[in-house]
Design a protein around this ligand. Structure first.
Ligand code: PLP
Length: 483
């Protein structure tokens, strides 16, 4: 095939994807809306796409790029003298490494039993993954109805097995800021490290004037902080940072071995070979925008968020959860006769927007949290806020006319008798067929599926979710190999 044909085929494949630019996809993607910025990132990425960040002695320019990024992050986020950081592949990896380092510290202190990870339930799912991978016990700490971590609940959960406490700045589900000073203070008093997950807010909040309280590395007791450049750093995917004031800390997630006959291995992250392209792109975007450029983007996105939240709260049947501090908003049903947000998500999809449905959540030891619609607002959405609010009002009227998405009680009761641990892949395929997602083809209206997932016991729901991905990721019928 000619390069032109190959690229045309690739473009054809993308036709079914949600748009990455234009501000209508309000999760997953971050669009500065600035002409030329993405071209610069692409050129920087292209210049480094064959470089291997595995070995900074062979590629010293990569060490320089990483050093510059970390210095910028520490400068923005309260790093003190001697502070250090590591560039990672994304928010999840930054969170994983923070937990790994904390577990290593906990082990080094010779604490008894299995280490525990104290998680306000609004902490990103990446921390549950970390607990799973690194064998810590995740401890659910309730959040208040406004979505904020409860410092008293954190304090009550601190014990000699606590290896790490997490706070979010802000949390992904509701966009609210945890009381970092109180949480980190309580953790420090108990001799436990505290990680601030600023993956999504870390490159926004420092540029705003209306952030109600401090949250960064300068807060006493905060031992590490994660921030993603591939979110509001407006860099392409694959670049985040884990920062710490304590140079000893990162040794806990670095790995070195001379125990094989090959090259001496030192890996600061989970990867071996590390792509340098995203780092170079982040560096280039950072150089181009500078502090003033980021400040302007952050303020534009924040103003759009405030306008959007006010407008959405005025739509009958909807309310805003808590007090969003940055550029995220969560909308919930207002009152028993309010608008079902799962239906609302479908109605907005039909109108060309992607608003992310978050199913209702029963908090262990706390009030139930309502289902919500999550909106990540970037600068590119700003000019479209009036159109978004008009569509939201129309979608809310349409959603209000639909019966609530209540799952079939017979199906829920039958499913509840299943043991997810013993289900085979074929059995899960069969169950998904019954649930309306056979073959991994998602229905146009997802509200009934989300409602069913929320009604199932959590382990079974998790098995079925993995089952959907299993179906989606089966090899193509016309594969490259078969030509
Ligand atoms: C607060 C927070 N932490 C962690 C993550 C995980 O980041 P990633 O998707 O880059 O792995 C996200 C992603 O949205 C986030 O918002």
């Amino acid at each position: 095939m000619t390069p032109e044909d190959v690229l045309a085929e690739l473009t054809g494949l993308q036709a079914g994807d949600v748009p990455t630019h234009g501000g209508a996809t309000m999760a997953y993607v971050y669009d500065s809306g600035l002409a030329g910025l993405d071209d610069l990132a692409a050129a920087a990425q292209a210049a480094y796409q064959w470089t291997n960040a595995l070995d900074p002695t062979a590629f010293p320019s990569v060490a320089r790029i990483e050093g510059d990024l970390v210095a910028a992050g520490l400068g923005l986020l309260g790093g003190g003298p001697g502070a250090v950081g590591t560039v990672t592949s994304g928010g999840t990896e930054s969170c994983l490494l923070a937990v790994l380092a904390a577990r290593e510290r906990w082990r080094a202190h010779g604490r008894p039993g299995r280490p525990r990870l104290l998680l306000p339930v609004s902490a990103h799912a990446a921390f549950r993954k970390a607990a799973h991978l690194f064998d810590l016990e995740p401890v659910d700490v309730p959040v208040d109805p406004a979505g904020r971590a409860d410092p008293a609940a954190v304090r009550a959960a601190l014990d000699e097995r606590a290896a790490l406490v997490v706070g979010s700045a802000p949390s992904y589900p509701h966009g609210v800021l945890d009381p970092v000073t109180e949480i980190a203070g309580a953790a420090a008093a108990a001799g436990v490290p505290c990680h601030v997950d600023a993956c999504i807010g870390g490159w926004v909040l420092p540029f705003l004037d209306d952030v109600p309280e401090p949250f960064d590395l300068a807060v006493p007791g905060v031992t590490s902080l994660s921030v993603d450049l591939h979110k509001y750093g407006y860099a392409p995917k694959g670049v985040s940072m884990l920062l710490t004031n304590d140079p000893e800390f990162r040794q806990g997630h670095w790995f070195a071995t001379a125990g094989w006959p090959g090259y001496p291995v030192v890996n600061p992250t989970l990867a071996g070979t590390r792509p340098a392209g995203p780092m170079a792109a982040a560096w280039a975007v950072h150089r181009a925008l500078g502090t003033d450029g980021y400040r302007e983007l952050a303020r534009t996105a924040r103003a759009a968020t405030v306008a959007l939240a006010e407008g959405a709260a005025a739509v009958p049947g909807l309310r805003v959860v808590g007090r969003p501090v940055g550029t995220l908003v969560a909308l919930a049903q207002d009152g028993p006769d309010g608008v079902d947000v799962l239906h609302l998500a479908d109605e907005m999809t039909a109108r060309g927007w992607l608003l992310q449905p978050q199913p209702p959540f029963a908090q262990p030891g706390g009030a139930d949290l309502p289902g919500t619609l999550h909106l990540t607002v970037t600068a590119a959405t700003a000019p479209r806020v009036p159109a978004l609010l008009a569509d939201l009002a129309a979608a809310a009227r349409a959603a209000a006319a639909l019966p609530p998405p209540v799952p079939d009680p017979g199906l829920v009761a039958a499913a509840a008798t299943l043991d997810p641990a013993t289900l085979t892949v074929a059995e899960v395929d069969g169950l998904l067929e019954l649930a309306g997602v056979g073959g991994g083809r998602l229905p146009a209206r997802m509200a009934p599926v989300h409602a069913l997932v929320a009604a199932l016991p959590r382990p079974l729901a998790e098995r079925l979710l993995a089952g959907v991905l299993d179906l989606v990721h089966r090899p193509s019928v016309t594969s490259v190999r078969a030509g």
